[in-house]
Design a protein around this ligand. Structure first.
Ligand code: NDP
Length: 234
């Protein structure tokens, strides 16, 4: 049976691959996009997740056109890398506001309908960096680590309502976010990855789709690494 799925930041990169994977499986998929052109083939809703009013409007439109969200994938995220001594308060708070508080906004709004339906699936896109740390990414790593505590708290709070909360922690994935790295930086990273390569966005999407499937009904509060072995041990 097709479900109502929402993927934030579904206009490019990992989010687009996730949206495509659900659509290929026959689900009805809405995506949010913040800038640029809406992607074809989905119910595309413009929404900046740092703005609570835009989040509310996006949900209203999705509920009207596609029905209440049954599967939420909170994927939208940003980086603003800087060494600590040069990191401004704005560098820190803006990344937290998108990656962590933005996720809070979309998850909270999704739960209204999930509570009513007494079922729901929420998957948050964190990062290996949130678990092992990364020099120059203290803001980003803190935001991504925060998602783990957030998901696990909600797994406890809402498990009795049959809503699962899981986290996918990708390693390095071939998207715009990692295109900014130099060849030297890329080679350095790949050298640390046991599988010796970057992930393709579809490989992250496969794990997300599994967590939203019936086969994953008894999995909640889990952190699933999809990182080629980079973060082994967390
Ligand atoms: P991209 O930079 O390619 O895409 C980021 C997406 O997030 C875009 O759709 C962007 O919208 C959206 N977005 C950013 N800020 C906001 C906002 N304030 N409101 C709404 N949407 C926003 O990134 P990736 O596809 O690589 O990353 C997707 C997720 O995966 C992120 O959370 C990232 O942290 C995580 N991740 C990525 C890894 C990688 O190696 N690429 C590794 C581990 C985790 P717009 O197009 O309008 O800018």
């Amino acid at each position: 049976m097709s479900r109502s799925v929402l993927v934030t930041g579904g206009n490019r990169g990992i989010g687009l691959a996730i949206a495509q994977a659900f659509a290929d499986a026959g689900d009805n998929v809405a995506v949010t996009y913040r800038s640029g052109e809406p992607p074809a083939g989905f119910l595309a809703v413009r929404c900046d997740i740092t703005d609570a009013e835009q989040v509310e409007q996006a949900y209203k439109e999705i509920e009207e056109k596609q029905g209440p969200v049954e599967v939420l994938v909170a994927n939208a995220g940003v980086t603003k890398d800087q060494l600590l001594m040069r990191m401004t308060e704005e560098d820190f708070t803006s990344v937290l506001d998108t990656n962590l508080t933005g996720t809070f906004r979309v998850v909270k709004r999704a739960n209204r309908a999930m509570l009513r339906a007494r079922k729901g699936r929420v998957v948050l896109i964190s990062s290996v960096v949130g678990l092992v740390g990364s020099a120059g990414q203290a803001n980003y790593a803190a935001s991504k680590a925060g998602l783990v505590g957030f998901a696990r708290s909600l797994a406890r709070e809402l498990g009795s309502r049959n809503i699962t909360f899981n986290v996918v922690a990708p390693g390095f994935v071939d998207t715009d976010m990692t295109k900014v790295l130099t060849d030297e930086q890329r080679a350095g990273i790949v050298g640390q990855v046991p599988l010796g390569r970057y992930a393709q966005p579809a490989e992250i999407a496969a794990a997300v789709r599994f967590l939203a499937s019936d086969d994953a009904a008894y999995i909640t509060g889990a952190v699933i690494p999809v990182d080629g072995g980079l973060g082994m041990g967390h």
